[in-house]
Design a protein. Structure first.
Length: 126
């Protein structure tokens, strides 16, 4: 509980830019944890600046992803959306984001060397 509270309350400037990490430690977040962190940071007026993603260490045959974010102050009236998944899934989310006036502001694709599978993560903003 204390670590979670510290994670939500902590923020550190990186490279002199107005970009923040959720904590001083690089911590990979499950989708559920990431949703909670994104909501908590939004309540503080922050939006994701970058997202990193990779495959989670799970049982063989079970796909799971983890992510981590850096943050920036939200410009006035900015809407955003983030997703993580396989490239086909992200392509469908790209179409939907564009239809509601969001444009991709950050994206990354990672290939698992063992399986050859790819996972991507993207942020769209208005």
């Amino acid at each position: 509980m204390a670590i979670g509270a510290l994670l939500l309350l902590a923020g550190c400037m990186t490279s002199g830019r107005d970009t923040y990490q959720t904590s001083g430690i690089d911590q990979w977040l499950t989708t559920e944890n990431a949703d909670a962190i994104v909501n908590a940071m939004a309540a503080k007026g922050m939006i994701p600046a970058t997202i990193d993603c990779r495959f989670a260490d799970t049982a063989p045959g079970q796909l799971a992803y983890v992510s981590k974010f850096t943050w920036k102050r939200a410009p006035a009236n900015t809407r955003y959306h983030w997703e993580i998944g396989d490239p086909t899934y992200l392509a469908s989310k790209e179409v939907k984001a564009n239809r509601i006036g969001l444009r991709r502001v950050f994206a990354k694709v990672v290939r698992d060397p063992a399986s050859g599978q790819k996972v991507g993560c993207s942020i769209w903003a208005s």
